[in-house]
Design a protein around this ligand. Structure first.
Ligand code: PLP
Length: 370
């Protein structure tokens, strides 16, 4: 069937297809070899807490009913943790859902969104889908956050400043001093979207109270977090936002699908929130492995960005798509980065020690064979 040429909005027609990781269930059918290490989607190799699985199974008994659209139980539990009130918290079908909800709530066609490069693709594409124009400010070679560039790009006004820290795909974390300078120079009408999908993975010395700085700034802001990474619940699709004011949450709730978070996912997230031991185990594994694997990469002359996350961003020394394809043929999945000028860079998630060793061994073979 042919589409009428004017059917699709030009903003949508111009978007790339999202470069999603390959699901484990499809790998063998596509590549004909067993999947040995799935290191392409920043998932937690330990998976969810057993308590979260038990809660999901129990909640499945109630699948005949719609979930609580207000998500009251999880929002209250999160508010208690964060020392705030539930009306400042919004739940989403993953935090990626909330990125779209934020943009639908605030962006008008032609609005200006400022972010970094490289960055999480949806920060850019979901804004473009709303007809916004996006300026991407490059990181310098030392991977320090480009504060001056971001301030210059915002100038006297941008509707949204959005970035992740620790950042996907490169992994660096913004320092307290840089964050304070950035916030101090952000125009008063700009909404700051601070994506903290990887916040749990920060080393203690890289931590500071960013939300306190935001609260003191007088700006409008929202911090985004997720159960997909450190809580090991990527398949459940639960993310949340903490906003500066209940008014922003109330407005976003109108732009959101009312039942965005399903009952099984909410129950799993609630139980995961109660299992600090499991969370700490996964975080400690990722922190230890990122140190070990980055040292191993450096020892073989591979350039790697500094990471405060559960992944590493490294230069393949040639087209990353080719390296990723050769690894896939060996049953190892990583993500080649498609955003110019990072065509030789790829991102590898920290799996178990054994999975990471498989990756290191295969990468060495591929490099030696060049
Ligand atoms: C920086 C960042 N933000 C948001 C997301 C979305 O995560 P989810 O929708 O699973 O919560 C991701 C996922 O990789 C991410 O890397």
């Amino acid at each position: 069937m042919t589409l009428h040429s004017s059917l699709i909005r030009p903003e949508i027609e111009g978007l790339p297809t999202y470069n999603a990781g390959l699901a484990a269930s499809r790998f063998q059918a596509v590549y004909g070899v067993p999947l040995r290490a799935k290191l392409d989607s920043n998932e937690n190799p330990l998976g969810p807490s057993p308590a979260a699985i038990a809660a999901a199974l129990a909640a499945a008994q109630g699948l005949g009913r719609y979930p609580d659209a207000s998500g009251a139980a999880l929002r209250t539990a999160l508010a208690d943790r964060l020392g705030t009130s539930p009306d400042r918290i919004i739940l989403g079908n993953g935090s990626e859902d909330l990125i779209g909800v934020i943009y639908r709530t605030v962006l008008r066609p032609g609005d200006h969104v400022v972010t970094v490069c490289p960055s999480f693709g949806l920060h850019e594409f979901a804004a473009q889908a709303c007809g916004a124009r996006v300026t991407k400010v490059p990181f310098p070679a030392d991977w320090r956050f480009p504060v001056e560039g971001l301030l210059a790009a915002m100038g006297t006004g941008a509707r949204v400043l959005i970035f992740s820290s620790p950042g996907n795909p490169a992994g660096p974390a913004i320092t307290a001093a840089d964050f304070a300078r950035l916030i101090a120079g952000t125009p008063p009408d700009t909404l700051v979207v601070f994506d903290e999908a990887y916040v749990e993975y920060l080393d203690p010395e890289a931590r500071f109270d960013a939300l306190e700085l935001l609260a003191a700034s007088g700006l409008a802001w929202i911090s985004l977090r997720t159960f997909s990474k450190a809580h090991g619940l990527a398949g459940a699709r639960v993310g949340y936002g903490l906003a500066h004011a209940a008014g922003l949450v109330a407005a976003m709730a109108k732009a959101r699908n009312p039942f965005a978070v399903n009952a099984v996912a909410e129950a799993a997230a609630l139980a995961a929130l109660g299992d600090d031991g499991h969370l700490a185990q996964g975080v400690a594994l990722a922190q230890a492995e990122r140190r070990r694997v980055s040292a191993a990469l450096a020892a073989t002359g591979v350039t790697c960005a500094p990471s405060q996350t559960n992944f590493l961003f490294f230069d393949c020394g040639g087209p990353a798509a080719e390296t990723a394809e050769r690894l896939r043929q060996r049953g190892i999945l990583i993500k080649a980065w498609m955003e110019p000028p990072f065509g030789t860079w790829a991102r590898v998630t920290m799996g178990t020690g054994d999975e990471n060793d498989l990756f290191l061994g295969a990468l060495r073979q591929i490099r030696d064979s060049r």
